[in-house]
Design a protein around this ligand. Sequence first.
Ligand SMILES: Cc1cc2nc3c(=O)[nH]c(=O)nc-3n(C[C@H](O)[C@H](O)[C@H](O)COP(=O)(O)OP(=O)(O)OC[C@H]3O[C@@H](n4cnc5c(N)ncnc54)[C@H](O)[C@@H]3O)c2cc1C
Ligand code: SF4
Length: 339
Amino acid sequence: MLTLPRFEWVEPRGLDELLDHLAAHPGDSLVVAGGTDAVPNLKHRLHEPRYLVHIGRLEELRFVREDAEGLHLGPRVTLTRLTREPAVRRDYPVLARAASLVAGPQLRNMGTLGGNLCLDTRCTYYNQTYFWREALGFCLKKDGVHCHVVPQGKRCVAAHSSDTAPVLIALSAEVEIASRAGRRTVSVEDFFVGDGVHNNVLKPGEIVTRITLPARSRNLRAGYQKLRPRGAIDFPMLSVAFAARMRDGVCEQAALVVGALAARPRTVGGLDALVAGKPLDEPAIEAIAKTAYSQCKPVINIAYDDDYRHEMVPVFVRRAVREAMGLPPRAPAGAGSAA
Ligand SMILES: Cc1cc2nc3c(=O)[nH]c(=O)nc-3n(C[C@H](O)[C@H](O)[C@H](O)COP(=O)(O)OP(=O)(O)OC[C@H]3O[C@@H](n4cnc5c(N)ncnc54)[C@H](O)[C@@H]3O)c2cc1C
Ligand code: SF4
């Protein structure tokens, strides 16, 4: 049986109290919202904080508000609520879909949007017990100095496996960060950094206080596709978010984001040059799939074959674009064309 380490339980009654605590103990506090990722990680001794700071009852961080800027979501909004929230389903249905594909129902009831965004990176050599990791000499993400995936590498390439992050990037969402020193806002794309040891720009003492979906991203044509072993619960081994602004049948602007490959979701480059001013027809979809295949190269950071995941990139890109355009899935290979 895996037990929790010793810690002091802190439950701030308001945001001010939370920020005061984090300012006083920046390096030895772990924020916990739903706890669905943090608790297993604590049991594996991946985090060993002195203070466990529970924000799961902070009403100030649980809101859904609309204004001219867009839709503002509190980080404590649960994934289940996201799937049902009328404003999300009406204006950003792809986010409701991504949330509906996270884990299973119980985890979505507990799991929050903030926790999903700040999810720790995952790796075959990291999400293991202390005993297992010790036997291997640990790794540079925790307690060790070498990476087992890229042995000569200096950075951790563990995978960020959040389902909502690629969609939030494709929709140009922004995240507000707060600490006792003040507030700042960054795009969700810039929220992430390419080192899986700590893959976001949050500094000790800072937390996410808001996620904003901009008004200009309302009703984009968008799709989200996820490859996972068991449809009922698993993390993605590959995920693809696509969003496009269409006018009079031609594409004005498009974004394609591939997740679960590395420490940050990868925005596929050069898409606008490829499709702007054109209809998103079969040749365009094929061009997008080919570009994604050339830019996305999985490594063996999770327990699935990297070549297989690579071959699945164009398949899932085609599916995401077709979903966005309301096109039926293509017939499988052998029935006339490849999926
Ligand atoms: C069996 C299983 C399957 C899963 N499958 C999936 C899946 O398919 N897709 C997926 O995306 N996730 C999956 N998860 C992970 C997890 O359930 C979700 O990502 C969930 O949304 C995490 O939210 P939480 O509130 O429980 O986060 P917590 O566990 O409370 O926190 C996660 C991390 O975020 C930080 N954090 C939380 N809130 C804030 C905040 N406001 N500001 C700063 N930092 C914060 C915490 O410090 C912690 O580091 C799975 C988990 C399990 C156990
Ligand atoms: S990618 Fe390397 S450093 Fe990162 S968790 Fe895996 S083995 Fe450790």
